[in-house]
Design a protein around this ligand. Sequence first.
Ligand SMILES: O=C(O)CCC(=O)C(=O)O
Ligand SMILES: [Fe+2]
Length: 482
Amino acid sequence: KNTENDNTPVQEVIYSNSIRALSELREIENSYMEHLYNYVSSLRQKIQTLRIFINCITQENLPHKLDQYKYVSNPLNSFGLLRRAHQDWPKLTSYLRDQGNFIVDLEEMSKFVNRTPNAHDMEEALLGMDRIEHFYNLKSSDMAQGLVAGQKLGSRMSAPDCMALADYLYKRSEFERAAEWYRLAFSVFNKPKNNMSLKLYAPKREEIQKMFVISRLQEGSVDNLSDYLKELSQDPGTSLVHLGPRKSPTAIEQGCRGNFPPHPQLVCRYNSTTTPFMRIAPLKEEEISKEPLIWLYHDVIYDSEIAQLTNLTREEMILGTTNNYTTPDRVNRLFHVKVTNDDGGQLDRTLVNRMADISGLDMGNTTSLARINYGLGGYFQEHSDYVDIKLHPELIEEGDRLMTFLFYISDVPVGGATIFPAAKLAIQPKKGSALFWYNLHNNGDPNPLTRHAVCPTIVGSRWVLVKSMLNYEQMFKKPCYK
Ligand SMILES: O=C(O)CCC(=O)C(=O)O
Ligand SMILES: [Fe+2]
């Protein structure tokens, strides 16, 4: 399923759609900084040498600064001057031009620049931040200070960070939110941390002010202009005034915000009967829902197995897009994914056997095992894992995807729940647990209550392992649930 979209050039590297790839970008930054450090050390040495030269000359000159005649009347001075001009200046000039060690570092640094994220990637990262803010209904000023969903992240956003987000929201006609971010950019503008970026592309304070006012006027009225101007000098935590009506949250947003009712107290037990295997290794089984049928199993995958599953390089993972899912978007980049087919190796076979033991089903060979790593604000829109063979008669042979196994192979400290909006269920990933559900009714018809989505990840590297299984292989194994 999660195949690369044909229109996307295969070589395109996108970092923001997986935390694994972002860690690689951080490594690149570390190397870049090492070269920058070397460059600066050499530069500092050069500057010291030059300063010594300058000091010698100016000190010697000091008492005679205003009287050149007097200075050169002294033969030692005259001789010194002549010799310096003849010998030292040309040397000095070529010393200035001499790149020496610098050139090596500069060349290395420009190689890293070739590996920096492209415009698509930047757009994805902005989209991720946008999602984190609006899905969780965060206050922009809290988010900028690293306060999200009651957690302190221990870092804050710089003025250029806030500006980038403001410009992005403005372009998407989200004017009130853009205004909040312009105000934040304005308020942190003079913090020392921002000096460098500001030197590099120097947005003017007046420019930010102007954008704030324009954003406010886009959905506001000139009559309120004086109020808007007041807002600009207020603490950025103060709410804006004259705001339009808020959109009410979607079911998914409600679920992500933790507003679904707690799971009803269903059965929680040790299952030792599904298959003979269970008698020796009983399972911690939690019934999450009866309609649709969903179970959660605890401690079903070992840390050593997880370490092996998540040890992947960039080349091994591809960009998973929505084009093969039942989502409204034609193509949307979701996450980085590695799919192994039947020959996934020993570990895949072990895991598939374990799924068979847990579910009592025959796991077949027709669908594949996918390992997914989500990125910055990584989100998976509402979709179904079934395709509905009534709409896809070409699949009549193999049948629809009867069930899904979703192994959580990392903890997600903040955000990243799996949501079943119609069933009002939210499941927070827990490393080592697995969710198991039936996508189809007993008669093989799709069950729309199994449509699901993944909330944006806020903190953590969200990894899952997914396998779906086809219906007809199970004809004689699957019990008819009532
Ligand atoms: O990551 C998740 O929680 C769900 C993944 C999923 O829905 C899928 O791969 O079809
Ligand atoms: Fe799914």
